[in-house]
Design a binder for this molecule. Structure first.
Ligand code: IDP
Ligand code: MG
Length: 148
């Protein structure tokens, strides 16, 4: 079973979208393995977004992500990395389909509410960065109603 790292950004927390977002992943049938509210400092933000350090929006992105509390999560399930990105929607909310989180709740790319790992390799790196303490293991009692 695959795992992905999902983070509700400071705008999502401030706008009261935590419950709605958790609910979408939960109702889909993915399993919550890690969950914490935290704040990150500048070096941590730069590490998380290191692949984007050459981008012109990098400084603003790091300011955005350090501007308030975030909710960090690990979700598990079949194809959860790719499917999680579909649930989140396209990076720029102008392109995000209605029904996706960004399509329903965001307007601007620099305030797009949520992060999701873009591939399995990055998911592993991000989970290790954000959850060095490890994640929870528990067995869903409805597993056989979700998976055949
Ligand atoms: P993703 O979050 O959909 O994976 P990335 O390309 O990895 O998109 O970019 C990371 C984050 O950087 C985006 O979610 C968005 O908040 C911000 N970002 C991306 N492109 C732009 C831009 O052109 N202007 C401002 N911010 C951007
Ligand atoms: Mg990305």
């Amino acid at each position: 079973m695959e795992q992905t790292f999902i983070m509700i950004k400071p705008d999502g927390v401030q706008r009261g979208l935590v419950g709605e977002i958790l609910s979408r992943f939960e109702k889909k049938g993915f399993y919550l393995r890690g969950l914490k509210m935290t704040t990150v400092d500048r070096p941590f933000a730069e590490k998380h977004y290191e692949d984007l350090s050459a981008k012109p929006f990098f400084n603003g992105l790091c300011e955005y992500i350090t501007s308030g509390a975030v909710v960090a999560m690990v979700w598990e399930g079949k194809n959860v990395v790719t499917t999680g990105r579909k649930i989140i929607g396209a990076t720029n909310p102008s392109d995000s389909a209605p029904g996706t989180i960004r399509g329903d709740f965001a307007v601007e790319v620099g305030r797009n509410v949520i992060h999701g790992s873009d591939c399995v390799e990055n998911a592993k790196k991000e989970i290790a960065l954000w959850f060095p303490e490890g994640v929870a293991t528990w067995q869903s009692s409805v597993h056989h109603w979700i998976y055949e």
